[in-house]
Design a protein around this ligand. Structure first.
Ligand SMILES: [Zn+2]
Length: 116
């Protein structure tokens, strides 16, 4: 495997791969309410067995939901879907006490050097 530094390619990984999670979030409108519920849970990183317990459904049903969500959001893996879930947390969340709606900025140390 070639190291990035060897190729001199400094392009951002998102730009190199064409990944655009923000664009993909627009496809959330194609999901049913139940699929949105599953999607929100996927963002927590839980496995199918735990998701099944949380949702009160069979593990095979969870797998079917996940497969359908991956397809509808035009992703390739459940991990990509989980990334979208985290980005869309505020859109998916119905809990008024959840901190997802807070506008607290990221700790300044996390902001990239090129950020303005
Ligand atoms: Zn929330």
């Amino acid at each position: 495997m070639t190291k990035r530094s060897d190729t001199g390619d400094t392009a951002c990984a998102y730009r190199r791969t064409g990944a655009d999670p923000v664009r993909d979030i627009s496809r959330l409108t194609t999901l049913t309410d139940r699929e949105k519920e599953v999607l929100l849970l996927l963002g927590t990183g839980l496995g199918n067995r735990q998701l099944a317990r949380e949702l009160g459904i069979a593990e095979r049903t969870v797998k079917a939901h996940v497969a359908r969500i991956v397809e509808k959001l035009q992703q390739e893996t459940r991990l990509q879907v989980a990334v979208l879930s985290v980005l869309a947390h505020e859109l998916l969340c119905a809990d008024p006490r959840c901190a997802c709606g807070s506008t607290a900025p990221l700790p300044s140390g996390l902001v990239g050097a090129s950020a303005v």
